[in-house]
Each structure stands twice: as structure tokens, then as C-alpha cells.
Design a protein around this ligand. Structure first.
Ligand SMILES: Nc1ncnc2c1ncn2[C@@H]1O[C@H](COP(=O)(O)OP(=O)(O)OP(=O)(O)O)[C@@H](O)[C@H]1O
Ligand SMILES: [Mg+2]
Length: 271
């Protein structure tokens, strides 16, 4: 699915269109956006109470334009995962509003939020969260089970995605039979399974060598070129430079937002 049904069609000069599959520079992404936001946070606080209250996010407002590619950077403990979890409908704010594709998810029931997550969001967790009893292929296919996709189609899609992350020959392995980087690639493949309009990734290349990391960046680039929204947390500057914008987080607040004039492109998607 593209960014949204309503603006995938006849909008003049939509920036995702000209980039296509030819690998040309997609140029400006975040400009000219009256197309609405994929994500918006309004005065969001997240406070944890474990003895002393911890303000993981402290009055954060942020807009992520539809079809944009954003990196989030900041020191350990600054609130990056908390931010992603709120956007990914895994958690709710203590105060403020979280909007995803023009719906206030912070006001929805848990059930409704789960539905938004299943249909519109792909999530790569910092800790992978793979199901240990399932094979790599079954893990990748899991989001499609919830979407009611048939078994044969699920198997085809899982095989294709595992191939794309370089794990075509590991489909029948369980997570404990895979290396850390391989598990991470299974987590990326799973996040892409439902062709998400919004991809959220928490340190998607944290355990990967440079070449495998580039391969993952190639997949994200393609998703972005197709008009979807990508938001990833990373500690690595060269990885962040694939995005058009870097949101710098510090002590639960947004310190600054940096525009990347010419984002890095992955030359070839395949190894
Ligand atoms: N469930 C929780 N209960 C209490 N405190 C929490 C909880 N989750 C996170 N925190 C605290 O909130 C702050 C932000 O945590 P968060 O996981 O968002 O950081 P981060 O920026 O993702 O760090 P890292 O780079 O190490 O992954 C930290 O101080 C953390 O200790
Ligand atoms: Mg984190």
C-alpha cells in the first residue's frame, strides 16, 4: 500500500513519483507537503514512576510529513525508543496527543490501536522480539496471519522477503539457530511483510556489518521511494544520513532538527 489511498493518485508533482526504480536522486521530500502528516505529536509527555519519576519524553511536539525519511539520534536513555513506541501504538502518552495517519491513536481503545498498528505500521524492535518457537519464515509471515492472508501467499511473501534480506537459505531456522545480525534481518523482513505505510525501526543496523547494513538501507530506500514514511533510530551517523532529516533528541526533548541536503543513496539494492 502506498502512503495513503487519497493522495497516491492525481496529485501533481508528488515527489515519490519521479524517483521510481531507476535509482535517481529523489531530491526534496519534506517540502511542499500539504498532504498531511504521517505522524504528529502534540505536547507529549511520557513519565514513568519507579520511585523517582522519569520523564522519558518531556513536552515533545513533532510532525513527520507523509512520505518523508527521518532519522532519530541521541544519547542512550534520551527517549528515542519511547518516542517510537508511542508512534507505533505500543504505548500511550501520559499527556498530549499522538496522531498517526490523521487519527489520534492516543485516544483510541487498545483494540483500535492494535488494528492501526497491524494495518499501517511496520516495526523493527531494538530487541527484535522474534517468536522463538517459529522459524524465520513463520516469523516473517506472522503479521500476514493477523491480516487474514492465506497460507500459500504468506509463504511466498516470507520467502521473497527473506531473500531480500539475504536469508533465503535460513527460512527454516529458528531464532536461536541464527546469528544476532541474522535475527535482526528477520525482524526487518517481518516489519516489511504488510507493506507498511509507516516503517518504524529502532536501531535496524545496530548489529550488522557495514555491507549488511547497506543492504537494509537499500530496502528502506525502496520503501521510501515508493512513497511510504520511514522513521528510524540510529546511533550511526552514516546510517542517519540516508534520511532527509535528523531529529536530535536529548533528555526527553527535541534538541534540534537537522536537514540533510543530499541524503546518501544505496547504489544497488542487492548484494
Ligand atoms: N518501562 C519503563 N519504566 C521506567 N523507566 C523507563 C521505562 N522505559 C524506559 N524508561 C526510562 O526512560 C528513559 C528513556 O528510555 P528509552 O528507552 O526511550 O531511551 P533510548 O533513547 O531508546 O536509549 P537507548 O539508546 O539506550 O536505546 C530512560 O531513562 C529509561 O530508563
Ligand atoms: Mg532505545
Amino acid at each position: 500500500m502506498a502512503a495513503s489511498d487519497s493522495d497516491a493518485g492525481g496529485e501533481p508533482g508528488a515527489d515519490g513519483v519521479e524517483s521510481g526504480a531507476d535509482g535517481t536522486n529523489s531530491g526534496g521530500t519534506a517540502d511542499g507537503t500539504d498532504r498531511g502528516n504521517a505522524v504528529a505529536l502534540r505536547d507529549v509527555r511520557k513519565t514513568y514512576h519507579l520511585g523517582e519519576p522519569v520523564h522519558a519524553l518531556d513536552d515533545v511536539s513533532l510532525s513527520i510529513p507523509r512520505g518523508s525519511y527521518t532519522a532519530v539520534m541521541g544519547p542512550s536513555g534520551s527517549g528515542k525508543s519511547t518516542l517510537l513506541n508511542l508512534i507505533g501504538c505500543l504505548d500511550t502518552p501520559t499527556e498530549g496527543e499522538v496522531w498517526v495517519n490523521d487519527r489520534e491513536v492516543s485516544a483510541l481503545s487498545q483494540r483500535a490501536r492494535t488494528r492501526v498498528r497491524g494495518q499501517e505500521v511496520g516495526f523493527v524492535f531494538q530487541t527484535f522480539n522474534l517468536m522463538l518457537k517459529l522459524t524465520a519464515a513463520e516469523n516473517v509471515a506472522l503479521p500476514l496471519v493477523f491480516e487474514g492472508v492465506g497460507k500459500a501467499e504468506r509463504a511466498d511473501r516470507a520467502a521473497e522477503l527473506l531473500e531480500q534480506v539475504g536469508l533465503g537459505d535460513r527460512a527454516d531456522h529458528r531464532p536461536n539457530e541464527l546469528s544476532g545480525g541474522q535475527r535482526q534481518r528477520v525482524a526487518v523482513a517481518r516489519a516489511l511483510a504488510n507493506d507498511p505505510a509507516i516503517l518504524l525501526a529502532d536501531e535496524p543496523t545496530g548489529n550488522l556489518d557495514q555491507e549488511t547494513g547497506e543492504q537494509i538501507m537499500g530496502l528502506f530506500q525502496r520503501l521510501h521511494d515508493e512513497g511510504n514514511t520511514v522513521l528510524m533510530v540510529t546511533h550511526e551517523r552514516p546510517i542517519a544520513e540516508h534520511a532527509g532529516r535528523v531529529v536530535h533528541v536529548l533528555d526527553g526533548t527535541i534538541e534540534r532538527i537537522e536537514e540533510i541536503a543530499s541524503p546518501r543513496r544505496v547504489e544497488s539494492e542487492r548484494r
